[in-house]
Design a protein. Sequence first.
Length: 268
Amino acid sequence: MNNLLVGKRGIISGALDSNSIAWKIAEKAHEQGAIFVLTNAPIAMRMGEINKLAESTKSQIIPADATSVADLENLFSKSQEILGGKIDFVLHSIGMSVNIRKNVPYPESNYDYFMKGIDVSALSLHKILSVAYRTNAISEWGSVVALSYIAAQRAYPFYTDMADIKAMLESICRTFGYHYGKSNKVRINSVSQSPTKTTAGSGIKGFESFYNYADAISPLGNASAEACADYCITLFSDLSRMVTMQNLYHDGGYSTTGISTEIMDKFN
Ligand SMILES: NC(=O)c1ccc[n+]([C@@H]2O[C@H](COP(=O)([O-])OP(=O)(O)OC[C@H]3O[C@@H](n4cnc5c(N)ncnc54)[C@H](O)[C@@H]3O)[C@@H](O)[C@H]2O)c1
């Protein structure tokens, strides 16, 4: 399937390096004919990797700390200037927990770290949507996708405060999805992705074991970042116009499998 995003203008956050899920989404969006702006926190720019992606996808980069409303206002106004009109799709691919980074166990969560995690990983979506809503920056039938994880629904001890933060992120998709759907027919969904080997993913304690566990449970195996990118492209396209306010599992069947023969064999 080709040209699914021809004529569409987007904003893609979160491409840090070639392992990032957002990196693959940018490559696929470019392949499908979209034009877009790349954005990331100014600190992430220093690594310089994003320049390669900008070059290969012929896109410009606008630095924005997703916790800063002023940065986000600049992001939306500059993006529309560069791309020549309203935005059709936005990817929120932003996650960071200081408690995870510093190996703080969940019951001992540091609340300053917790608040930072909420601001960066969940409230940032509200801020992005609120700026877009207030400035009428997203076209009718536009599509916003945020990336989530199943720890929002079930207990995953190693995921610590990010579990609660993802639950909030998914709730913002639903609640803002109502308001933005009513006012401008903008749709907002979260995609709950399999464990994926990226900088954010691999930073989680025990990542390798739960990556392998999820792979052994899922009938289709873990969904790769490339497959996630394909799915997000369909959500940005006009083929999914009536899907909104959903948390969509993209996990090879993990979320609805009780046990697999591979796991049973391990206990025999
Ligand atoms: N990797 C996984 O196993 C997995 C599974 C499910 C969901 N996700 C989610 O996918 C999304 C992307 O993560 P990834 O796995 O591609 O890792 P990644 O580390 O490549 O991406 C995380 C991005 O967040 C950006 N970021 C952090 N703070 C920011 C800020 N203040 N402002 C703007 N950007 C900021 C980082 O610079 C980075 O580009 C995250 O929301 C993550 O929780 C990841």
